[in-house]
Design a protein around this ligand. Sequence first.
Ligand code: F6P
Length: 538
Amino acid sequence: MSERPQWQALQRHFDEIGGQHLRDLFADQPGRGEQFTTTAAGLYLDYSKQRVTGETLRLLRELAAACGMSDRIEAMFRGDRINRSENRAVLHVALSAPADADIELDGRNVVPDVHAVLDRMAAFATRIRDGSWTGHTGKRIRNVVNIGIGGSDLGPVMAYEALRNYSERDLTFRFVSNIDGTDFIEATRDLDAAETLFIVCSKTFTTLETLSNAHAARDWCLRTLKVDAAIAKHFVAISTNAEGVAKFGIEPAQMFGFWGWVGGRYSMDSAIGLSTMLAIGPDAFHAMLSGFHAMDTHFRSTPLERNLPALMGLLAIWNNNFLGAATVAVLPYEQYLKRFPAYLQQLAMESNGKHVTLDGTRVDYPTGPIYWGEPGTNGQHSFYQLIHQGTHIVPCDFIGFCQPLNPLGEQHDLLMANLFAQSEALAFGKTADEVKSEGTTAALVPHRTFEGNRPSNTILAEQLTPHTLGALVALYEHSVFVQGVIWNIDSFDQWGVELGKALATRTAAELRSTDEPPLTHDSSTNTLIRRYRRLRDH
Ligand code: F6P
């Protein structure tokens, strides 16, 4: 990659303009704040506060063209097996396709399958919401507990929190993911089993955390409801593994399926989103799907100049590979999006945290940056200090909405004033002369100076709705894809989670063993295990 002439052209370009300050870029281009913007699916992206010129964008597009971006986008939408290391198609875009679309995989249109599941989900959600589905004792379901981890948790919990304003308030939702027993115990301690529905979400239905928690849930239910027959009224499963689901004891009629071509971290709009549909209802769920679809269509059909996910992806490449920024802060100025940074961590980092290209060659450039963040304004009183005055460059994605869902005096204006102020302060800073002119003593001037020139995107939408959320998630999905194409990596596998899993299985057996098992780890791990066993059994 770094050998490509287009990459080298960008490197030379960076050597020329990399030191330019955003103050100068704005001064040289008076219309910059209107020009470096684009809209799609109800989202407005202002990237004028990125450290780029028109030439940078042109060179990034040339790099994208050299990497075959258009073909790679088409290959995904066409259902080619672009997840090469797992030999799988990557067709999450089919999850939100309209019923009359035709998306063929191995000669078969998958869209009717998608809509058949959506229809079953809607029928079930309606019965739970209107009370016609009752628990084993005849009581109405009042609590829904989603059990899953990774993509089978982060999407559902993020979407539930994001769309809570639209949710059925008579239903309580809980999300259990961690193998730490505290997660399950705390989530269920005040619930009545007779009124509780468990949704066991696992693409593979083999995940240790989820199966352990699902068994704990089964035992917890049976402690109150006593008979195995009760399980049918209190458990549903979401999986691609019908056999595993049946083995656990959940009937096929209680299972909602999805497919190998949906990656776990791309699955919140599949049946994995059942908790979302239960919360907001089938119509709002379909509105969310329409947001995904609108962004998918935009991504597939819009030239790179105005293509919102492509622009975000290419700007991320610029920041990561040329500016040398190793992280991205995601800063939603919307309390309902409080789990959005955590959701993006899996989406971006499980997708692009890769060290070899598609053909297995070690990359000689940094790949996926570290995503992190917190909602504004909380972050401002915590880590923004480092973003403003620290030595690391942290590109920021500010996300805000023009209309509040919970108006409270002038608080929404204050919230948004903070968003606008932060991106302005980061970009333009405050010079030593400005600080001096305020009468600051010489000794304090360096402390109170803001260098500025810290890049950010601002994503602005009218209001946080199911449609907007769908568009926002799809925006990041495709931006992550674009970055993966440039780095020529497989954004859809996740082999990096395997070694830890295998070692944990071996170690669990050693912790379980009643005698002193011979330990053959390194001396640190051996000592830690011995100490743990000693103190545990003390
Ligand atoms: O962490 C690895 C992973 O496979 C994720 O990709 C996935 O979202 C998560 O585990 C859960 O997997 P499953 O849905 O199969 O339980």
